[in-house]
Design a protein around this ligand. Structure first.
Ligand SMILES: C[S@@+](CC[C@H](N)C(=O)[O-])C[C@H]1O[C@@H](n2cnc3c(N)ncnc32)[C@H](O)[C@@H]1O
Length: 324
């Protein structure tokens, strides 16, 4: 049950990402997590996961009418990484006699291997899927594996939703989640008080400093000399989602030519390469944005995050049918 189902081959995925990079000078966020990028990410994320209270998540799911022993449940984690965030919930669910099966989907084979190791001692059925969730054939290739599950919960955890272009990911999710089934999103919410929000904004503006290892690792894998420029973060307001968007880029001090797959990329001094997008949401605005894309809001909670500097908020939606 532990083999990796390959819906897209790794070389093909990397070719796509690099070709895209060559054309738009924007790094698709998948590239961060391939190869040693996966381990580097968890040097930050691992400590964060240890602070987030998993009992709150179990209590949240236990109160959902569909989370019962009478249903066969598929929990599909889109961009599952090492499966760390969902592991306690799946463990508790299985221990309570609820038949849950896990599908961890990721475009990084290294991440899927970490997820396999992380879940090695667990007893619930599981499968790992190598795929790009934005590929046009992803849905058709995934569907057969999910036939026979009464309840399908599609999760995007750890801020993954907020890294994508919002119109693109919402449209993709509307295709991925079948009508009547569920979407579970984990995002960074804005605080309600202006002073706490000011602290959050300061922190997000300092992403290049706070995650420097993560960015430098990526630049090196792209054959870009980190000394040729500087990491910068820009705060933007995004009207569609009413969210704050932080764009981390690498701004070049000098002209640079570097190899990229079968070609070379030329950048002029002052040019910026977009590396990562992170968003902080207003909960009500996110609910209404998703409602406009066919997702009915059902429930939310904020887990206890111990000593973390910002909150995480989880939202549960149900995909509307054609007739809703
Ligand atoms: C921010 S990390 C979150 C990982 C994990 N869910 C967590 O919370 O620790 C995003 C994950 O999504 C994966 N990913 C990004 N874009 C993807 C895509 N288009 N298709 C499949 N996986 C993707 C990355 O490889 C990475 O593992």
């Amino acid at each position: 049950m532990d083999e990796i189902i390959v819906l897209a081959e790794a070389p093909e995925l990397e070719f796509d990402y690099l070709a895209d990079f060559q054309q738009h000078k924007k790094v698709r966020q998948n590239l961060f997590y391939t190869m040693e990028g996966a381990e580097t990410f968890y040097t930050y994320r691992g400590a964060e996961l240890a602070e987030i209270c998993s009992d709150d998540e179990w209590a949240f799911f236990a109160r959902q009418p569909f989370w019962t022993a009478a249903r066969r449940i598929a929990f599909v984690s889109l961009g599952c990484g090492n499966a760390g965030p969902e592991k306690p919930l799946l463990h508790a669910t299985h221990a309570a006699g609820i038949p849950v099966a896990y599908f961890g989907v990721d475009s990084s084979r290294t991440m899927l291997k970490l997820a396999q190791q992380n879940l090695a001692d667990e007893h619930f059925p599981r499968q790992f899927v190598l795929a790009d969730i934005l590929h046009s054939d992803f849905v058709d290739k995934l569907r057969p594996y999910l036939a026979g599950y009464d309840t399908q919960v599609y999760a995007m955890l750890g801020g993954t939703f907020g890294n994508f272009d919002q119109a693109v990911i919402a449209a993709a999710l509307a295709c991925i989640v079948p009508s009547g089934h569920y979407l579970y999103l984990d995002v960074v919410p804005q605080f309600e008080t202006p002073d706490k929000n000011a602290q959050l904004r300061n922190r997000l503006r300092r992403l290049p400093q706070n995650l420097s290892l993560f960015f430098i690792n990526l630049l090196e894998r792209l054959c870009i000399d980190p000394a040729a420029g500087e990491l910068i973060a820009e705060e933007l307001y995004e009207a569609d989602t009413d969210a704050l968007r932080y764009v981390v880029s690498f701004r070049l001090h000098e002209a640079l030519t570097f190899p990229c797959f079968s070609g070379v990329i030329h950048c002029a001094p002052g040019e910026a390469i977009e590396l990562l997008n992170v968003r902080a949401y207003k909960p009500a605005a996110l609910q209404s944005f998703m409602a406009g894309r066919g997702f009915r809001y059902l429930d939310t909670y904020i887990p206890d995050v111990g000593n973390l500097a910002h909150l995480w908020q989880r939202f549960l939606f149900q995909r509307q049918g054609m007739s809703d």
